[in-house]
Design a protein around this ligand. Structure first.
Ligand code: 4NP
Length: 152
């Protein structure tokens, strides 16, 4: 396992949060795995993460520096070892584009959550309030912790 990609719709809320959380967990664990994130939509390309996500994440001690929105590219399916979608819609979008030989790389992040499948998806927080962003962070932290245990 060398490279992990987190994927949501805009790559400004959920997947940048997973990106920031997981790279910190891996660094603290001393595990050398590269982490990136991307969106199935290109509509926020080049943007920094949503300030509401950054506020939640920074309060919990995560660093979002260097993270910019970018769309999923065809070569990601070959380049990354594991591609983790935040919800079923984004998983389906990835499955539609991914060559058959790489389909096994596509998973839901919350497959690693201890309460999966009750928590199957990280819900889209974009049009909601601060509570939604707090839930997103809590789900992602637990999913990433479970993933870290698998990677050890
Ligand atoms: P994300 O959230 O997929 O977690 O980055 C969203 C960001 C933007 C939009 C929707 C969801 N949007 O509709 O622009």
């Amino acid at each position: 396992m060398k490279k992990l990609l987190f994927v949501c719709l805009g790559n400004i809320c959920r997947s940048p949060t997973a990106h920031a959380v997981m790279r910190q967990k891996l660094a603290y664990a001393g595990i050398n795995i590269e982490v990136e994130s991307a969106g199935t939509s290109a509509s926020h390309k080049g943007e920094t993460p949503d300030p509401r996500s950054v506020r939640q994440g920074m309060q919990a001690g995560y660093d979002f520096s260097g993270i910019r929105s970018r769309p999923v590219q065809e070569r990601d399916f070959a380049d990354y070892d594991l591609i983790l979608a935040m919800d079923d819609d984004n998983l389906a979008a990835l499955q539609q584009r991914c060559p058959p030989m790489y389909q096994h790389k596509l998973q839901l992040l919350l497959q690693y959550h201890p309460a999966y499948p009750q928590y199957r998806e990280v819900p889209d927080p974009y049009y909601g309030g601060a509570k939604g962003f707090a839930l997103v962070l809590a789900l992602i932290e637990q999913g990433c912790e479970g993933l870290l245990q698998q990677l050890r």
